[in-house]
Design a protein around this ligand. Structure first.
Ligand code: NAD
Ligand code: WQD
Length: 341
């Protein structure tokens, strides 16, 4: 199959490319490297011994995107490209709406021009907002609490309307919970710029000595140990969910939202303990006030993914920490100092 991958150089995109290429798919990546490095694509080529097409351009540039999609003429599109920092989305809301919402509309128009009717979209559990009940199932009300989440909810709605209006269209909206971990080789992984916003990359940088101590944002939540509980999902499992979703899109029509998680909650303290076991290093922590906007617990109902995609997570929190550590300890500065060979 010919698969057009926006944002393919990023964290989740690069792991998905490995599996797409290993499965024999022909791939074209469209990325402006706003939050990624071409070194990631070199590493994917080395890991798979396969090449891919690359168009370096911005999804906000409708003409460049349309040219790339019509030239490649894909059977399916996987749409990762976007901005994802919750805090930044409150400071720069228009940039987020232009990139995540207008960028998605540009992509759908390009797909129309190329006659491509299948899309897998990177959505987020953040679209649910405050939990009315747990686990979150796909029918939970959609009520995001920040601009980033609203861009994802809007893009979901636009893709749903496009699918209704386009004959034979098939869209799978994958709502990721908390992606972490790295490829088992340790050659590709998450490389956040600046201070990491998310827990596991921060813990990894403490373990490797780049940061002194993890601040735990509150230990007075109503959870097993008082710290926030999340559904961490191994990025390699998440990549496999994309291949399953492409298969699903090939054999169905309409638009379906599907959670991608393990169904298991892990607290901050449990994750820190797992990382200490994986790295053999102590992780210094200090408890500070709750982070504004955080919820106590979030985890997925996983039955729809099993039924529709025939996909289930295979890896546990120890696997996630072990692979994150392999990546972090062998690439202390991420791709920054990475050689291209
Ligand atoms: P990432 O930042 O590593 O990857 C995004 C990629 O898109 C990068 O390669 C970046 O350069 C590219 N990009 C950004 N703006 C672009 C533009 N205007 N034009 C072309 N390319 C552009 O992020 P990721 O963690 O791999 O996330 C991928 C997708 O999954 C995003 O849409 C994100 O919102 C979504 N998501 C991520 C998480 C998470 O915690 N990582 C959770 C839920 C959903
Ligand atoms: C996890 C837990 C924190 C950092 C975010 C986005 C969401 C999605 C995934 C894209 C919480 C605690 C964290 C730290 C801490 N991204 N924590 N110290 O908030 O569940 O989700 O990433 O779609 O949209 O909101 O993930 O990794 O930031 O936090 O104690 O330095 O770790 O309070 O309990 P979150 P996270």
């Amino acid at each position: 199959m010919k698969v057009f991958v926006t944002g393919g150089a990023g964290y989740i995109g690069s792991h998905t490319l490995v599996q797409l290429l290993a499965a024999g798919h022909e791939v074209c990546v469209f990325d402006n490297f706003a939050n990624s490095s071409p070194v990631a694509l070199d590493r994917v080529r080395q890991l798979t011994n396969r090449d891919m097409g690359l168009v370096q351009a911005d999804i906000r540039d409708a003409d460049a995107l349309c040219d790339a999609v019509t030239t490649f003429a894909p059977d399916a599109v996987v749409h990762f490209a976007g901005l994802k920092a919750v805090g930044e989305s409150s400071d720069l809301p228009l940039l987020y709406y232009q990139t995540n919402v207008s960028g998605t509309m540009n992509l759908l128009a390009a797909m129309d021009a190329a006659g491509c009717t299948r899309i897998v979209f990177s959505s987020s559990a953040t679209v649910y907002g405050e939990a009315h009940y747990l686990p979150f199932d796909e029918d939970h009300p959609i009520a995001p609490t920040n601009p980033y989440g609203r861009t994802k909810a809007m893009a979901e709605g636009i893709i749903g309307d496009w699918a209704k209006a386009t004959s034979d269209a098939s869209a799978v909206l994958l709502r990721y919970f908390n992606p972490v971990g790295a490829h088992e080789s340790g050659r590709i992984g998450e490389d956040p710029q600046g201070i990491p916003n998310n827990l596991m990359p921060y813990v990894a940088q403490v373990a490797v000595g780049r940061r002194a101590s993890l601040q735990i944002f509150g230990d007075d939540y109503d959870t097993r140990d008082g710290t926030g509980e999340r559904d961490y999902i191994h990025v390699v499992d998440l990549a496999a969910a994309h291949l399953a979703a492409i298969e699903c899109a090939a054999s169905t029509s309409g638009c379906e939202a599907v959670n991608v998680g393990t169904g298991q909650g892990v607290t901050v303290r449990e994750l820190v303990a797992a990382y200490e076991r994986a790295s053999g290093r102590p992780i210094a922590t200090n408890v500070v006030a709750r982070r504004s906007g955080d919820v106590a617990s979030s985890y997925a109902a996983t039955t729809k993914a099993a039924r529709l995609l025939n996909w289930r997570a295979a890896f546990n929190i120890d696997d996630m920490c072990a692979t994150s550590w392999r990546w972090q300890s062998t690439n202390v500065d991420g791709y920054g100092a990475g050689e291209t060979q």
